[in-house]
Structures are given as structure tokens and as C-alpha cells.
Design a protein around this ligand. Structure first.
Ligand SMILES: Nc1ncnc2c1ncn2[C@@H]1O[C@H](COP(=O)(O)OP(=O)(O)OP(=O)(O)O)[C@@H](O)[C@H]1O
Ligand SMILES: [Mg+2]
Length: 460
């Protein structure tokens, strides 16, 4: 066969395969062993725009489908190099300057038959189809993308946020750890008259008093030892936007006075300066403390409390709004899986376990559980056994349940273990990642699990 004939035969072979996939509504792409596109079928033009298939030829596949999947360290590339095939992964397909499209893809190493008329450069094949956008809220039309709420409690909050769209009123968000205070604060900002200004978070619980003061208000050079240069405070950084005072219940009393003044008079002084500056930040504050009790106990100023709660919003714990679990789980699963370019679904048993669990760590715990489960899950369906041990509906966890668990301490049934408060503190400090919390407490994961149950921090 002459070279020319051979090329024609190869082209005809690829055209035939492309046509077969096109009949199924799929785009056929083949790449060489350097993951460059050898051929992309013309159906791509219909999906993306005229000329897209020609445009794609010769380009690295990573340009089209993202370096996360197909760059030198891309997840899917590594799997293909290891000889594996993957189905139903999601990615954004970008060609030229056209609008990216969400696609579902299947990829595999190409195994040619000896003597086949295929182009010898072809090492891997990828087949794409357009994917529907995720219906993350399962038919619930949330006015705010990314903020899920189906329960009547959450719906009330969503409606309130809609009503706040024209407002700049100070908002106080309360709720247990992990209930979604920060995401709600961001949503309120994003739908406020200040949406084009900055959203500046500051965690008031993370810094000791003096540092917090200069963090919030800034300081002048030489204001204190170590203040070698001037520093702009968060109030200034948030000018024109929103300042999010997270863990506001942790602000020490002497700073509460200063905070009250900013709220009342809209002025403040940077540390070490007597000249006042005007503040132009809308305040949203959040806390998981019972501020009313803190007021009664003299730890929080009553006047500040009322200044902050112009619009009070209380987010219930997840266990009290169970209707949110399924839409949240679906939404978070899609988000966590998409980070790895995957699209997963729950088996009915896994979903049931999620619905039955008490979620003491609220949405954050749900998100962490799904992150664990996605890492463990091998196929496209998340099974019950992929979920963290505490969600498994067995009566007791297996004694040696995980190679990650710290070795069990000497058996000491009567030993005074961490009490509920210590447990909660350790869990919160480790964002409800139990392996880490158990390690910090010096107990095994199984013991932590048992103590949580005893302390009523877990449903089982
Ligand atoms: N209603 C919701 N819709 C979508 N995602 C949510 C929702 N509520 C919480 N999340 C997600 O759960 C996680 C925890 O939420 P967030 O950080 O807002 O909670 P928090 O109340 O500020 O927690 P903490 O008190 O621990 O700081 C985040 O990843 C957030 O995106
Ligand atoms: Mg928070």
C-alpha cells in the first residue's frame, strides 16, 4: 500500500468510527501518547461552534478538558497511563473562545488489533457527551445558587435574605458550628447593594485582644513594639463592602466598646492614632455562642448585642431540618466529586444512612463525610460501606476498624475520658474530622465514637 493510500485508509477508518459515535450523539476524540489530539469528530462543531474540531486537532487534551484531568499530573491521565478505563467523569470542555460546556466523558487506552487500519499514533480515546447541569437542589428553586434549603426553616431564611436585598442593616447570624453561617453571610453580601464591594471576613476568636484590635482597626507605625510599619485594618479593607465578624462572641470586653462605637458613630481610630477615621463597612456578625447568656453572665455587652442583632437570623442545627439533608448531600457530593472530575450518585442504602444520622457537626460534618466517602468510593455509585464508620448502621464499630486509627489505649473502662465539652471542642478544632480529633485526644477512633454516643453527640 502506498503511503498516500495508507493515509486515506486511516482517515476513512477514523471517519467511520466518528460517524458511529456521532449517531449515538457522542463526540469521538483520539489522542497520541503525549495526550495531544490526533482527531476530534466534527460533532464537536455542533456542541461548541463551527471550526471547533479543526481547532482542537494537534492541541494538548488538557487545553480542551482541563489540566486537572489531563495535564501532566492530571488524575485521568495518570489512570490512563496505568492502563485503566474510566466512565462518566465530568468536565468543562473549552475550545477557543467559545463558552465552555459541561460534558460527561469516558476515556480508555486504545488497543488496536494487529493489522488494523488505525492511525498508529492513537494511544487513548475519549468519548464525550453533553451533560445536564447538576440539579443540585432537586427541583427546589433556590434564589441563591449554592445555598441549599428545602426545609421550611431554611426557606424562611432564604425569603428573608431576598427581602434584605436593598438593605444595609447589621445582621447577626447564630447557629451551631457548621450550620452554614459563613456561606449565608457571603450570600447576603452577594445580594446586597454592596455586592460589588469586598467581603472581608475576620475571625474574632482566632486572635488575642491586642492583635485583634490592630487587625480590625489597623495601627500606625510605632503604635506598639513590633509595629514597624503602618497597617490597614479590616474596617478600611471592607470599605464599600461587608465586614464579616465571625465568632463575634469571642471579642474581649474592652474591644466590644470600640466595636459599639463604630456601629453607632461609624468612626474609629487605628491603634496609636487619635485622629478618627470614618468606617464604611456593612457589618454581618456570626457566633455559635448563646450571646444572650453571655450578656447575662457579663461576658458580652448588652448594648452591643442589640446593636448587632438589628436583623437576627438563627440557623437551626441540621438534625432539626432533616428535609435539607438530601438536597445538601446531593449538592455537596456533586461539588466534592467534581473536584476530582467525577460524577457520583448515592446507593439507596448510603442515602438512607445519611438521612438517619444525627449530624452533630451539621453541614460541615456532612461535607467532610462525603469527602471521605468520595476518596474511598471506587465506582460511580457511593455504597454504604464507603461512608465513615459512624454512619454505618451496625450496633458497634469493629474493634480494629481502620488502619488510620490510633492504637487503642490500655483497656480502662472506668478511666475518666474526655467529657462532652472536651469532645466537642476537639471535634470542632478538627472540623469534625474524627481521625484527627481522636488523635488529638489520645484515644482511638472507636473510643471516640463510643464516647460521642455516650455524650449524645451521635445518633447511634
Ligand atoms: N445551606 C447550605 N447550602 C450549601 N452549602 C452549605 C449550606 N450550609 C453549609 N454549607 C457548607 O457547609 C460548610 C460549612 O458551612 P459554613 O462554613 O458556612 O458554616 P459555619 O456555620 O460558618 O461553621 P463554623 O461555625 O464551623 O465556622 C461549608 O463548606 C458550606 O459551604
Ligand atoms: Mg464559620
Amino acid at each position: 500500500m502506498s503511503d498516500r493510500t495508507q493515509i486515506l485508509v486511516r482517515e476513512a477508518a477514523i471517519a467511520g468510527v466518528s460517524a458511529a459515535f456521532a449517531s449515538l450523539g457522542r463526540v469521538f476524540i483520539c489522542v497520541d501518547n503525549g495526550f495531544r489530539v490526533v482527531h476530534a469528530s466534527s460533532l464537536l462543531d455542533r456542541l461548541i461552534g463551527a471550526g471547533a474540531s479543526e481547532d482542537a486537532a494537534g492541541r494538548p487534551l488538557a487545553d480542551l478538558l482541563g489540566a486537572d484531568l489531563f495535564g501532566p499530573a492530571g488524575t485521568l491521565r495518570q489512570l490512563l497511563l496505568a492502563g485503566e478505563r474510566r466512565e462518566g467523569w465530568r468536565s468543562m470542555l473549552t475550545v477557543g473562545s467559545e463558552r465552555p460546556r459541561l460534558v460527561s466523558l469516558t476515556a480508555a487506552p486504545f488497543q488496536s488489533e494487529p493489522g488494523s487500519p488505525c492511525d498508529p499514533r492513537v494511544a487513548y480515546i475519549v468519548v464525550l457527551r453533553p451533560a445536564e447541569e447538576d440539579q443540585t437542589s432537586l427541583g427546589v428553586s433556590s434564589p441563591f445558587p449554592g445555598l441549599i434549603g428545602r426545609s421550611s426553616a431554611m426557606e424562611r431564611i432564604l425569603r428573608l435574605v431576598e427581602n434584605l436585598e436593598q438593605s444595609e442593616a447589621t445582621v447577626l447570624l447564630t447557629g451551631e458550628s457548621g450550620t452554614g453561617k459563613e456561606i449565608l453571610a457571603r450570600t447576603i453580601h452577594a445580594h446586597s447593594p454592596r455586592r460589588n464591594g469586598p467581603f472581608v471576613p475576620v475571625n474574632c476568636g482566632a486572635l488575642p485582644g491586642e492583635l485583634l484590635e490592630s487587625e480590625l482597626f489597623g495601627h500606625v507605625r510605632g503604635a506598639f513594639t513590633g509595629a514597624v510599619r503602618e497597617r490597614i485594618g479590616r474596617f478600611d479593607l471592607a470599605a464599600g463592602g461587608t465586614l464579616f465578624l465571625d465568632e463575634v462572641g469571642d471579642v474581649p470586653l474592652h474591644l466590644q466598646v470600640k466595636l459599639l462605637r463604630v456601629l453607632q458613630e461609624k468612626t474609629f481610630e487605628p491603634v496609636g492614632q487619635s485622629k478618627s477615621r470614618s468606617a464604611d463597612a456593612r457589618i454581618i456578625a456570626a457566633t455559635n455562642l448563646d450571646l444572650r447568656r453571655a450578656v447575662q453572665e457579663g461576658r458580652f455587652r448588652e448594648d452591643l448585642f442589640y446593636r448587632l442583632r438589628v436583623v437576627p437570623i438563627e440557623i437551626s442545627p441540621l438534625r432539626e431540618r432533616r428535609a435539607d439533608i438530601e438536597p445538601l448531600a446531593t449538592h455537596l457530593l456533586a461539588r466534592v466529586a467534581a473536584r476530582q472530575g467525577r460524577a457520583l450518585r448515592f446507593s439507596p442504602e448510603a442515602l438512607r444512612a445519611l438521612l438517619d444520622y444525627a449530624w452533630p457537626g451539621n453541614v460541615r460534618e456532612l461535607e467532610n463525610a462525603l469527602e471521605y466517602a468520595v476518596a474511598v468510593c471506587k465506582g460511580q455509585t457511593m455504597l454504604l460501606e464507603d461512608l465513615p464508620i459512624e454512619l454505618q448502621p451496625s450496633e458497634a464499630p469493629p474493634a480494629n476498624e481502620s488502619p488510620l486509627a490510633a492504637p487503642a489505649p490500655a483497656p480502662a473502662p472506668a478511666a475518666p475520658g474526655p467529657d462532652a465539652r472536651e469532645l466537642t471542642r476537639a471535634l470542632e478544632a478538627h472540623r469534625w474530622r474524627r481521625v484527627e480529633a481522636a488523635r488529638a485526644l489520645g484515644i482511638s477512633r472507636a473510643t471516640l465514637w463510643r464516647r460521642m454516643r455516650e455524650a449524645g453527640l451521635s445518633s447511634r
